[in-house]
Design a protein around this ligand. Sequence first.
Ligand SMILES: *[C@@H]1O[C@H](CO)[C@@H](O)[C@H](O)[C@H]1NC(C)=O
Ligand SMILES: *[C@@H]1O[C@H](CO)[C@@H](O)[C@H](O)[C@H]1NC(C)=O
Ligand SMILES: *[C@@H]1O[C@H](CO)[C@@H](O)[C@H](O)[C@H]1NC(C)=O
Ligand SMILES: *[C@@H]1O[C@H](CO)[C@@H](O)[C@H](O)[C@H]1NC(C)=O
Ligand SMILES: *[C@@H]1O[C@H](CO)[C@@H](O)[C@H](O)[C@H]1NC(C)=O
Ligand SMILES: *[C@@H]1O[C@H](CO)[C@@H](O)[C@H](O)[C@H]1NC(C)=O
Ligand SMILES: *[C@@H]1O[C@H](CO)[C@@H](O)[C@H](O)[C@H]1NC(C)=O
Ligand SMILES: *[C@@H]1O[C@H](CO)[C@@H](O)[C@H](O)[C@H]1NC(C)=O
Ligand SMILES: *[C@@H]1O[C@H](CO)[C@@H](O)[C@H](O)[C@H]1NC(C)=O
Ligand SMILES: *[C@@H]1O[C@H](CO)[C@@H](O)[C@H](O)[C@H]1NC(C)=O
Ligand SMILES: *[C@@H]1O[C@H](CO)[C@@H](O)[C@H](O)[C@H]1NC(C)=O
Ligand SMILES: *[C@@H]1O[C@H](CO)[C@@H](O)[C@H](O)[C@H]1NC(C)=O
Length: 670
Amino acid sequence: MAHAFLLFLLFPYIISTNIHDCKQTERSSLLSFASTLSSPPLNWTSSDCCRWKGITCDQDGWVTRLLLPSKGLKGELPLSLPSSNIRTVDLSSNHFSGAIPSSFFQQGSNLTSFNVSNNTFTGGNLAPELGKCSKLQVFRASHNNLSGLFPEDIYNATKLEEIALPFNSLHGAISDKIVNLTNLAILDLSFNQFGRKVPLNLGKLSKLKFVTFDYNNLEGVLPPSLMNCTNLVELRLGSNNLEGDISMLDFSRLSQLTKLDLRLNNFTGTIPVSLYSCRSLKAIGLAANNLVGQIEAEILSLKSLSFLSLSYNRFTNLTGAMKILMNCKSLHALSLARSYEGEGMPSDDNMVDFDGFQNLRVLNLAYCDLDGQIPLWLSKLKNLEMLVLSGNQITGPIPSWLGTLPRLFYISLDKNRISGEFPKQLCRLPRLLYEPNISSQVDQYEFELPIYGNRSGTGIRTFPTQKLEFFPATIDLSKNNIVGDIPIEIGQLQLLQELDLDSNNFSGVIPDQISNLKNLEVLNLSTNHLCGTISSSLASLHFLKEFNVSYNNLEGPIPTGSQLQSFDASAFEGNPKLCGAPLPNKCRPNKDMDADNKNNKNEGNGHHQLPWFYIFFALGFIVGFWGVCGSLVIKKTWRYAYFRFIDNLQDRLCVMITVPLNRMKRRLRG
Ligand SMILES: *[C@@H]1O[C@H](CO)[C@@H](O)[C@H](O)[C@H]1NC(C)=O
Ligand SMILES: *[C@@H]1O[C@H](CO)[C@@H](O)[C@H](O)[C@H]1NC(C)=O
Ligand SMILES: *[C@@H]1O[C@H](CO)[C@@H](O)[C@H](O)[C@H]1NC(C)=O
Ligand SMILES: *[C@@H]1O[C@H](CO)[C@@H](O)[C@H](O)[C@H]1NC(C)=O
Ligand SMILES: *[C@@H]1O[C@H](CO)[C@@H](O)[C@H](O)[C@H]1NC(C)=O
Ligand SMILES: *[C@@H]1O[C@H](CO)[C@@H](O)[C@H](O)[C@H]1NC(C)=O
Ligand SMILES: *[C@@H]1O[C@H](CO)[C@@H](O)[C@H](O)[C@H]1NC(C)=O
Ligand SMILES: *[C@@H]1O[C@H](CO)[C@@H](O)[C@H](O)[C@H]1NC(C)=O
Ligand SMILES: *[C@@H]1O[C@H](CO)[C@@H](O)[C@H](O)[C@H]1NC(C)=O
Ligand SMILES: *[C@@H]1O[C@H](CO)[C@@H](O)[C@H](O)[C@H]1NC(C)=O
Ligand SMILES: *[C@@H]1O[C@H](CO)[C@@H](O)[C@H](O)[C@H]1NC(C)=O
Ligand SMILES: *[C@@H]1O[C@H](CO)[C@@H](O)[C@H](O)[C@H]1NC(C)=O
């Protein structure tokens, strides 16, 4: 009884689906489309095309929806594909090529949503006839190879709410006619080559929420009319050639604005005070303009501000800025690189309160003319993950407390005048130690706006990214005056990906423990006083993409049959006693070679080293005596000469005595 009742309920449904089989014309045009594809089969076999995967029909059997996103489909779209009843098309994230057939739009008076993003469509005359689509609301064709002008016809499709064409090669101007698209809320034209001016009346489009024009060639001023768009959520105009005094703009009505990106333009003036009344702001990007002035305390009314990038401008009062910004409780990323000149380091230890910068993850103060030592207040930033102080005039040693910051994984101290030794404590950075529980969790943090992960030299990651996980665990101490051994404790930093000690005064051997750093992608030890052989254990660093030991005093053969030999000869040059491929000089066949290789590890206890053993003792006595007395009585100039003498000795008698001598020097420095 129950069954019969159920059948009764289902009956009308069964009837309707049977009656409205797909139209024969639809079926044959879909089949001819499927037959032209050179890709996985669509499995369109049954007689009723309205039941095929990705197809939806209306009551009369006309296709209304064609939804085939991410199906790996490959080929060109036939002209015959759409019918006049089609409403929704989603062919995104496939491998379609050729032109987007205009037949979609000719017949498209019912079309409301069209998404062909992320294919390889080409063509210079995008979407002619688009103007006929009087119902079209969404038009997406991002990530394709479309070229030519912005389609003139688009201005007739006045129902449009979203136009998304980022990542193409479109050029030309955005016409003033765009003001006819009064329903427009999303306009994303980023990563193209649009030029000329931003339409002066763009702001008449009062429904605008997202205006994304970054990475184009736009010029002229930021239209004041945009300040009337009270619904604006994101305004992104970075990397164009825009200019004009932004302090004249009144942002105060943009109460919904969360992201303002004006980076990499030519704007002048001060930070507009009215900006501080946009209470929803999460991200401000003003880097790389010609802005002047100071950060005002009013910025603290932006309670959600998480991302502030002011680098590459000409601001003043860095200490004042830091004192204000430390109270920005939501601030996660602060970049002030090359925006202050000649003011020195904000060095007052009490400058930062115990709860100042409590959420800061990224601090970039590169190229700010900072002098003095690495300031103690940095030790209060317990959530710091990336610290960039490159290109300043910082002196003094690397403080040992740096190794205690619990979340720090990216340290750039390159291009300074830092002295002293590599502190062993830095080898205990918690984030870089192998800890099964932590290392398996990737930090999913995303910045509010993309930032550059540029590292000079490697040329990788030049593309802007918002993901913190794309930044490799890094210690970059290159181009300083750091002396002494590379500590063997370095082997504990098993999660380290980039180690750059280039152009310092490191001496002693390359510690074998470096071969424990299995995640290492960049190892640059160039231009130091390192000696001994290159241990074949380094060949176990399978992820190495960049390797450089040039201009040291290394000797012996480059380990054969290893990945190290795949690097260019320039990675090894400037070590006269180094031999073998890829260097041009062949190693002399020598039965001691293998022994030499081993000696590197055990600091010398082989028989042939016996005479050196005595010399070492004699020298050790002299050195020890001078060391104790010298530090007390010998004048500075003598001490300098004495250091030179030891340096010379080290270069000559490298492997055997450098390590003990380094220990003595450490004691001398006391
Ligand atoms: C077609 O069927 C095969 C085998 O069942 C399946 O692997 C494939 O994903 C199907 N293709 C589509 C587009 O669904
Ligand atoms: C739009 O679709 C309706 C039915 O859904 C159909 O009657 C009409 O003819 C279509 N419009 C055009 C211009 O084809
Ligand atoms: C583009 O499509 C490919 C598959 O074809 C997918 O792997 C990729 O994530 C897509 N990219 C975007 C930006 O959607
Ligand atoms: C393509 O655009 C349509 C319409 O907005 C949307 O529903 C669909 O999710 C988009 N597809 C992808 C893969 O983004
Ligand atoms: C677009 O609109 C203008 C003005 O209404 C009209 O002259 C032109 O023919 C239209 N273009 C198309 C393709 O409909
Ligand atoms: C798309 O354009 C890029 C650069 O303009 C080019 O390198 C690539 O080969 C093009 N791809 C296709 C499928 O045309
Ligand atoms: C834009 O709208 C105005 C008035 O509403 C109209 O006169 C003009 O033809 C329209 N332009 C286009 C290109 O549709
Ligand atoms: C902003 O809107 C007001 C009122 O609608 C109008 O008077 C003013 O001219 C507009 N400003 C700009 C710059 O368009
Ligand atoms: C920026 O503007 C100044 C004048 O205000 C001009 O001299 C300079 O060339 C401009 N720079 C760029 C990159 O357009
Ligand atoms: C620097 O900024 C601080 C904090 O806003 C302020 O008290 C101080 O007067 C400023 N100094 C100068 C020279 O403007
Ligand atoms: C890892 O996590 C588990 C449970 O989450 C815990 O029992 C274990 O002690 C942790 N191990 C370490 C080394 O912290
Ligand atoms: C990033 O590096 C590339 C070359 O490696 C350079 O062309 C580009 O200007 C750099 N970008 C920034 C923002 O420094």
